[in-house]
Design a protein around this ligand. Structure first.
Ligand code: PLP
Length: 453
């Protein structure tokens, strides 16, 4: 029997017309969608007038929150002057040039060129095509496999979903495709063995990576892709020394590191890039989401000079570099990227995020003591609260309880939006949040956990 209130008119229209991403399609008819109508600052409002603190920045992306007037103004100006143009065949767009210049300035490693896409998935898909193209160009046509990690999230196109290491992205879709191999996930709480120290865990993962490379054949592997802090896999912060341990192994076998900064980038971890916080030295970088603070869709791939030069040489031999999206480098996205970075710098967003980290940390430590919380993990302003049936044994709740979605629903009833990732509640608020709003957000999470028990 359905004990939910009847659907409102807009919910009925939604159900009638929308195929919802990442949604249990069989239960949606009972609950209906929460239709969001408008937003201001860290708050969003649904069509029934309910107010929520957006504890997820939408999908880890609206770093400047909602209704930022400077962004609206920048969008309006760009739409008036040039609503669309492209970069194909040697055409240019000024906002794209300006944004690429800014990204080169901000990048954590020397970057020569920026390739624009419309999303993070397209950026990672492009990364793989470029790795293949690069190895063909340098006469290593066998060197094509990409290493990713269990629980990684890199997107939903056929290749980026294959890189993703989450079963529900593969199940029913005949994925992953060949040329992708997954190595272990650096989650000590879940995958550390009894009596194993964090340092030993890191050593074991590094050894396992080496074994994987040797088993597959180093000459068949082009690159490894990694998020500094894994986001949609459950906010997994690798143990200290993890990247420092795996990076020399990759170097030894001429396998380069692709840094997926789609969530981590632009201040989320307290530095411009998660790679700076986590001790990673990538060769190429993917960015999206907070690149425009989600005010328009945009992704970017950043490349060093040697890869670019190999492309130029290859183009001389085989002709046109045959890759590009109609909306890659869209003037609206690029103008908003330029403006978002300008606002981050004007607000000194890094100092603001750093000033909030102690508040975030204190609240996560308190939540870690809650009877149904197994682990409360965090880095910068992103966190994951893993719910367990038994704290001592780490025994998960029975799957039939649906503990994550249950807690997220209760939180929403308390006026706070979090994202359930399996049994983990993710929190990733707009970076402009104040300490007072952050405390209110965590108060609502705590209440939801109390109600969940
Ligand atoms: N990479 C990471 C780390 C992500 O978190 C996401 C999306 O959540 C993606 C890639 C895919 O980005 P998009 O949804 O824009 O295609």
């Amino acid at each position: 029997m359905n004990s939910n209130p009847p659907l409102t008119n807009v919910q009925a229209r939604d159900l009638d017309a929308i195929l919802h991403p990442y949604t249990p399609l069989h239960t949606l008819p009972q609950t209906g969608a929460t239709v969001i109508d408008h937003g201001k600052g860290v708050y969003v409002y649904d069509t029934q007038g309910n107010e929520y603190i957006e504890g997820m920045s939408g999908l880890w992306c609206a770093g400047l929150g909602f209704g930022n007037e400077e962004m609206v103004e920048a969008a309006t100006q760009q739409m008036r002057s040039l609503p669309y143009y492209h970069l194909f065949g040697g055409m240019g767009i000024e906002p794209a040039i300006e944004l690429a210049e800014k990204l080169k300035e901000l990048a954590p490693v020397p970057i020569s060129k920026v390739f624009f896409t419309s999303s993070g998935s397209e950026a990672n898909d492009t990364q793989v095509k470029l790795a293949w193209y690069y190895n063909n160009a340098r006469g290593k046509p066998e060197k094509k496999k990409i290493i990713s990690r269990i629980k990684a999230y890199h997107g939903v196109t056929i290749m980026s979903a294959s890189l993703t290491g989450l079963p529900y992205n593969h199940k029913g879709f005949d994925l992953p495709i060949d040329r992708v191999v997954h190595t272990e996930c650096p989650h000590y709480y879940r995958f550390g063995q009894d009596g194993e120290s964090e340092a030993d865990f890191v050593t074991r993962l590094a050894t396992s990576l080496r074994e994987l490379i040797e088993r597959e054949g180093p000459d068949t592997i082009a690159a490894m892709i990694a998020e500094p802090v894994m986001g949609a896999g459950g906010v997994i912060v690798p143990p200290k020394g993890y990247f420092e341990a795996i990076q020399p192994i990759l170097d030894e076998y001429d396998i380069y590191l692709i840094d997926d900064e789609v969530i981590n980038g632009f201040g989320r971890t307290g530095n411009w890039w998660g790679s700076e916080t986590l001790g990673m030295t990538p060769k190429t970088i993917s960015a999206a989401k907070q690149l425009t603070s989600a005010y328009a869709p945009l992704g970017a791939v950043m490349l060093p000079e040697d890869i670019y030069q190999a492309f130029v040489d290859h183009s001389r031999q085989i002709g046109t570099f045959g890759h590009g999206f109609t909306y890659g480098g869209h003037p609206l996205g690029c103008a908003l990227g330029v403006k978002a970075i300008e606002i981050y710098q004007k607000l000194d967003i890094l100092s603001h995020v750093r000033s909030l980290i102690p508040v975030f940390e204190a609240r996560m430590k308190k939540i870690a003591d809650h009877p149904i919380v197994g682990e409360a993990r965090y880095c910068g302003l992103m966190g994951g609260v893993e719910l367990v049936a038994d704290k001592a044994t780490k025994q998960p709740f029975d799957a039939s309880v649906g503990i994550g979605p249950k807690a997220a629903t209760l939180a929403r009833q308390n006026g706070a939006i979090f994202r359930a990732i399996g049994d983990t509640l993710a929190v990733c608020p707009p970076m402009i949040i104040t300490a007072e709003e952050l405390n209110a957000l965590f108060d609502r999470m705590e209440k939801a956990l109390d109600d969940t028990e």
